[in-house]
Design a protein around this ligand. Sequence first.
Ligand SMILES: Cc1cc2nc3c(=O)[nH]c(=O)nc-3n(C[C@H](O)[C@H](O)[C@H](O)COP(=O)(O)OP(=O)(O)OC[C@H]3O[C@@H](n4cnc5c(N)ncnc54)[C@H](O)[C@@H]3O)c2cc1C
Length: 373
Amino acid sequence: MKSVDIIVIGGGLSGSATALGLMRQGAGKVVLLDEQLPSQRLSRGNFGLTWFMCKGANNPAYAKWCRRAAMQWPDFAAELEEETGYNVELEWNGGAVHAFGEEEFRNYSESIAALKKVCGEVGLDYPVRMLNRSEFADIIPDMQLGEDVSGAMYTEEQGHVNPLKLLAALRCNFQKMGGKYHGSRSVHAILPHKNGTVTVKTSQGDYQCRKLVVAAGHGSSRLLASVGEKLHIYPQRGQLMVTERHERRLKVPLLSVRQTPDGTFMIGLSSEDTALDTRVTPEAMKSQAANAIRLFPMLGKLNWVRAWGAIRVMTPDGAPIYSRVQGHGNITVLALHSAVSLAPLQASAIASWILGSDEDEQISQFSNGRFHV
Ligand SMILES: Cc1cc2nc3c(=O)[nH]c(=O)nc-3n(C[C@H](O)[C@H](O)[C@H](O)COP(=O)(O)OP(=O)(O)OC[C@H]3O[C@@H](n4cnc5c(N)ncnc54)[C@H](O)[C@@H]3O)c2cc1C
């Protein structure tokens, strides 16, 4: 049996960013194990937003956490490129959520006021404002707005990345720093011992580690059930569509439409409570396309070339779970939606917290235990 310092189960964005952070902070021998099931393609099949806007309306801790992550993104991307040569294509041109009609515009204005108040209570700025139709048109001058667009919610301080390059850069950086990554290696069981070590049984041999991080997305529930922890996550499907390439026109990403640097438009906003079913549906495609064309009529002239579904790791309040397993302080579980946006914090604050060097007061508000009733 191989003996290492830390094992991270799950090589998606969450596990990979955390494993990288552990190496950066001198954690010793760290092994990242991933079984790469096709149904768990979440970290490759997402929208790539590095976003804080609208997050945490009912949860100041989460609003603050997302804002803190967004502030770290430009340096985080620069460091990844410097250390790996991967350009994750971060564009930091702001981000927007369009409004149709006066009522939606008013509702968004009110939600900004509410979030400013929530953030203000914890000493945090919330640099988001409403743009009227002509102000919105000014920030995306090459896109013609549909006639129903009344304006948009907007911030300068967020952006988007290429999620495929991000995942590759995280894993590459982790390995360059001496971490060991094993794809196609399924973990069957975790067995904690009285002395605090944990045996991890895999499809290709067993390991012993001092600390275990479970970041296996929807695979985490089964692994944790064996140590008596009920993980409070549920599957939520999102569907995305991609167009053929077009000359670059949209440099500010919207929540439902963005154009990548290579010219494709990505479209998506659906959320459905399904079981682990990644199929796309004509209903969602139709409604997303209609929404996108109502926003930018020129999209109706482009061919859609691909579509896919992926299953979000959702919690009842939408905020992450960062938790030590009850009775097994050396086992940590990480389960989150928004792992693109939160990647810089996984590699910094979460990694320090796992190593025990930083008992971050914010992290304690994201325990799995908050859902026990
Ligand atoms: C349509 C859509 C759009 C999205 N857009 C955004 C966005 O714009 N911005 C944003 O921040 N977030 C977005 N997300 C969410 C984001 O994609 C997820 O938060 C993120 O991918 C979760 O990463 P993860 O590592 O936690 O999980 P996963 O990517 O599911 O990784 C878990 C890994 O664990 C492995 N695993 C599971 N069980 C085992 C086992 N027993 N042994 C070994 N390995 C195992 C799996 O193979 C998998 O690779 C979006 C999600 C969807 C569906």
